[in-house]
Ligand binder design. Structure first.
Ligand code: G6P
Length: 360
């Protein structure tokens, strides 16, 4: 397989733009070779999601969907931790690994451990025939297409879409999700490529934000619930490609440490969707402003409260609380991308990083 950058300056930007099509391709999968019978699916009493880096962040969102849509207790762990702890597993445990490359050493090690302890396994992977797909009982292909840039973008979004579909599938099979809710989920998912397209249409604000904040030494990303992993992912993307120190935190933790870092020089990216944690995020934004931090909010179109409080707002199309984390991935990617470009960094080949880490 070969790929060219075409009209784009970097593979990363090209791959960011490919997301509406990649999501459409991923959505076409109707969980083809699902390896477990309905009885087996009902017998699971626990799921554990494992992965590294960006894939781990996708898994952190996936966990919440599996709990809320499928009523299945779900944990998430870093593969390199999971493989060395005494994880309690049996044949009623469903282990779901996420690895776009299918070759990450720690994830493969964790899968071997899960297998040796009798757990059933699914894996999400972007490439057929890789080692992870050989070890798992079943494969959920993420269909993102070839990704060249070291910083994962479309593989992350397609992993999220697949996990969301998986959670809904498990929910239906376990009798937890009603037909009506399923129909709403499907309906909204069909609009996802279009909503992502909308988010990609005007990127001038990111260039402006990069000029304004691109020389800062630190960034804090805050989110709650399903958007807490997106705060982690936003911080990861920024540190990977722009070499700015960035931390992602669940906003409720702010008072327990990070708040001491906030001053005039600290930009805080706050994910503030209009979900049931909205008021709580708003008060976190107030706390940042009270300490003179700059707030770049990522919020739902039409939210007047947030424009009064934040220094800058990146608008996201109105969507359900379940879909919002997928949409929020796009500004996390674009912010990191334009800041890295502004700083003259080698976006596609950041120092010290590899696309897949095949040694422990
Ligand atoms: C490397 C890449 C990351 C990726 C991680 C896990 O660190 O640079 O972008 O998220 O590996 O990769 P995987 O192929 O297992 O998803």
């Amino acid at each position: 397989l070969t790929a060219t950058k075409g009209e784009y300056k970097h593979f990363m930007l090209k791959e960011i733009h490919e997301q509406p099509d990649a999501v459409l391709d991923t959505l076409r999968i109707t969980l083809p070779d699902f390896p477990f019978s309905d009885d087996r699916i009902r017998s699971f009493n626990r799921a554990i999601i494992i992965g590294m880096g960006t894939s781990l962040h996708a898994g952190m969102v996936g966990r919440m969907w599996i709990e809320s849509l499928a009523g299945l207790a779900c944990e998430v762990d870093n593969s390199s931790e999971f493989r060395y702890r005494d994880a309690v597993l049996d044949e009623n445990t469903l282990v779901i690994s996420i690895s776009q490359s299918g070759e990450t050493a720690d994830t493969l090690g964790a899968m071997d451990l899960a297998k040796s302890r009798g757990a059933r396994q699914l894996t999400l992977c972007n490439y057929e025939g890789t080692q992870s797909t050989r070890v798992a009982d079943g494969v959920l292909p993420i269909r993102a297409g070839l990704e060249i840039s070291v910083a994962g973008t479309k593989t992350f979004v397609c992993s999220l879409v697949t996990l969301y579909a998986l959670a809904a599938y498990l929910g239906v099979k376990r009798g937890y999700l009603s037909e009506e809710r399923l129909a709403n989920i499907v309906q909204e998912l069909l609009h996802l490529p279009e909503m992502i397209g909308q988010l990609l249409s005007d990127q001038s604000q990111y260039e402006r934000l990069a000029l304004k904040y691109g020389r800062r030494a630190n960034f804090l990303f805050l989110g709650r619930g399903k958007n807490y992993p997106l705060a982690m992912e936003g911080a990861l993307k920024l540190k990977e490609i722009s070499y700015i120190h960035a931390e992602g935190y669940p906003a409720g933790e702010m008072k327990h440490g990070p708040i001491s870092l906030i001053d005039r020089k600290m930009p805080v990216v706050a994910l503030v969707p209009q979900d049931d944690l909205y008021e709580k995020m708003l008060s976190n934004v107030n706390e940042v402003k009270a300490r003179r931090g700059s707030v770049v909010a990522v919020a739902a179109e039409g939210d007047k409260h947030i424009s009064e409080k934040a220094d800058e707002v990146i608008w996201i199309p109105k969507a359900s609380a379940n879909i919002t984390p997928i949409l929020n991935a796009i500004p996390m990617q674009l912010l990191a991308y334009y800041i890295a470009v502004e700083r003259g960094c080698d976006v596609d080949q950041p120092r010290n990083l590899a696309k897949s880490v095949t040694v422990e």
